[in-house]
Design a protein around this ligand. Structure first.
Ligand code: HEM
Length: 540
């Protein structure tokens, strides 16, 4: 060793290394701070104050205080139709909480001025997490193809719902079975969702499904980690943090690759007029839709199997955990809700409407007549939200945007959000807002249908009480142009699941609903919750 290098080593004491790391981290936060948009002083604030000291306190406080800040803001400002600013995670700017009366103002901006995609990308750190693949293509494809193929998918979805529930909940009519509720939903949702994404064979491949769930888990975990680092350090930190995303994807790619390549090959032969393919049709699923969309857009040649399989990931993420958390919350609400008779009422409705389905398969019309089941799900999604806000937007126009009503300006890079939690629990909108009132939404419909005289306006209002209808007072699927395109699928899926469960199982009530935890604005559901089930006699 030379004299110079041994001298350098002597200088590297643990104390000096710690100080250097501290200075580096603090400087990174300061650089980040100077990059963030500045909001006008006229906008009121909640949180621990401004300046560098206040910002550091807010960043730390974000983990535990976010919900309390938003509750305070709702009472002080949202209720009075005023916007205010709430602190956010260290990696993001603070957010302007837009009052309900200005929902349309926010959501009607074109994407080139106010962007949903850029907000999602900053929150999920998509640039690193989605393996350098743009999620525009799969999202646009899903918007265009899912709803129009839904009716054709229903029988297959029903088969997967019934088979996966039988396997998870069991068919023993004698003994009670104790189930971890989270695991039980994971036994159903990934398979049923993947029926629409990868088709009838691959959706039963447990190793493939596990890899998609593992990817979604990694995404959530990594977002929490990256949120706490200054953005300037993300290119370095993310390299290590997202390593599991790559491993998980590679594993899933080896399983899905043959299917994608075969589908591309078959569709190309069909398109080329090969007579052997005269009667052949591709199975309708997201893989087929992406190939079809790429052909329609004229860039099918560039569509490699690896790109298709990476493009599945953002959709798997958007679909699986949202549905599992929703189903988990639904059963907890149903089993611990104040009205013990609800499950019996739902069973009667499911039995009645199912008996009218001529082929033994649910039709779209049949599912749309499950008003009470629909209401029980919608009510749970109102009460037991899994994020304080699910509508975030980022200002991407260089000149920013101005709110004429209140007179404030949001510069380039500003984050804006709609408060879901406050709205859903506002007693002026939903009387007794913390009560799980399963028939809150179906009651009005039944009263309307029992009436002799019906006016058209009222009929329209009643129709809007269905679980897929979004509004400025009902935001679990967000609202406006970017409202969840998977919600029609998920409504059919959850109704089939709940109908099958209540028709075929007894489920013991839960005395006390287990409490979730919150990290910032995201729920950590009570993963330890268990339920006890027994197959009803004569149904196995
Ligand atoms: C109960 C389950 C679900 C809930 C609560 C839910 C909720 C949401 C919400 C709140 C958004 C954000 C919209 C916005 O930013 O304005 C969203 C977007 C999205 N969801 Fe869902 N979702 C669910 C299930 C699904 C399923 C099953 C799929 C696919 C099959 C899906 C696909 C998507 C996609 C692709 C987007 C992005 C839309 C865009 O940016 O234009 N979701 N979802």
């Amino acid at each position: 060793m030379t004299a110079v290098s041994s001298h350098v080593l002597e200088l590297l004491t643990p104390g000096r290394i710690t100080v250097a790391l501290l200075v580096f981290t603090v400087s990174s936060f300061i650089v980040d701070f100077t990059w963030k948009p500045r909001y006008p002083a006229s906008l009121p604030r909640v949180g621990f104050g401004g300046g560098i000291i206040g910002s550091v306190r807010n960043w730390l406080g974000y983990i535990t205080h976010f919900n309390a800040w938003v509750e305070e803001g709702y009472e002080k400002y949202t209720k009075h139709e005023r916007a205010y600013v709430v602190p956010s995670a260290p990696s993001r700017p603070q957010e302007i909480v837009v009052p309900r009366s200005q929902t349309s103002w926010l959501l009607e901006f074109p994407d080139r001025i106010v962007s949903a995609k850029e907000a999602h990308a900053d929150i999920m750190h998509s640039e690193f997490q989605f393996l350098q693949t743009d999620d525009d293509f799969p999202i646009t494809t899903l918007h265009k193809h899912l709803a129009r193929n839904l009716v054709g998918l229903l029988p297959g979805i029903q088969d997967d719902v019934h088979e996966s529930i039988d396997a998870t909940f069991g068919t023993d009519t004698d003994g009670w079975k104790k189930l971890n509720l989270w695991e039980a939903w994971l036994g159903i949702v990934p398979r049923v969702t993947n029926r629409a994404l990868v088709g009838k064979d691959m959706c039963k491949n447990k190793a493939f499904l596990d890899s998609q769930v593992a990817f979604a888990d990694a995404l959530v975990r990594n977002s929490f980690i990256l949120n706490m680092f200054p953005k300037i350090l993300h290119p370095i930190v993310a390299r290590f943090v997202v390593a599991p995303n790559w491993w998980t994807w590679r594993k899933s790619f080896t399983m899905i690759r043959p299917l994608i390549e075969q589908r591309q090959h078959d569709m190309a032969r069909k398109a080329g007029g090969d007579p052997e393919y005269d009667t052949w049709e591709p199975e309708e699923c997201l893989i087929t839709w992406m190939i079809r969309q790429a052909q329609a857009d004229g860039w099918a040649d560039k569509l490699e199997a690896s790109l298709i399989s990476k493009s599945l990931l953002p959709i798997e993420f958007a679909a699986i955990h949202t549905t599992v958390i929703t189903g988990h919350g639904l059963l907890l609400d149903l089993l611990s809700g104040p009205d013990e008779g609800v499950v019996g009422v739902l069973r009667d409705e499911a039995n009645q409407v199912f008996s009218e389905q001529k082929t033994g398969y649910w039709t779209k019309d049949g599912l749309s007549r499950l008003h009470r089941i629909d209401s029980a799900i919608r009510e749970s999604m109102r009460l037991s939200h899994f994020a304080t806000a699910l509508t975030h937007r980022k200002v991407v126009a260089k000149e920013g945007i101005t709110n004429a009503k209140e007179g404030w300006h949001a510069p380039y890079g500003s984050f804006l959000m709609l408060d879901l939690a406050g709205t859903h629990h506002d007693p002026d909108i939903y009387p007794e807002p913390y009560k799980y009132d399963a028939f809150r939404f179906s009651r009005a419909r039944e009263e309307f249908e029992a009436r002799q005289e019906k006016d058209a306006e009222e009929a329209l209002r009643i129709k809007r009480l269905g679980m897929v209808t979004t509004s400025d007072t009902y935001l679990p699927f967000s609202h406006g142009r970017h409202a969840c395109p998977g919600r029609f699928f998920v409504a059919h899926e959850l109704k089939m699941i709940l109908a099958y469960l209540v028709r075929n199982y007894e489920i013991r009530r839960i005395e006390q609903r287990p409490k979730p935890m919150w990290i910032g604005q995201t729920i950590v559901p009570p993963l330890e919750a268990t339920i006890e089930v027994r197959r009803r006699k004569g149904t196995a």
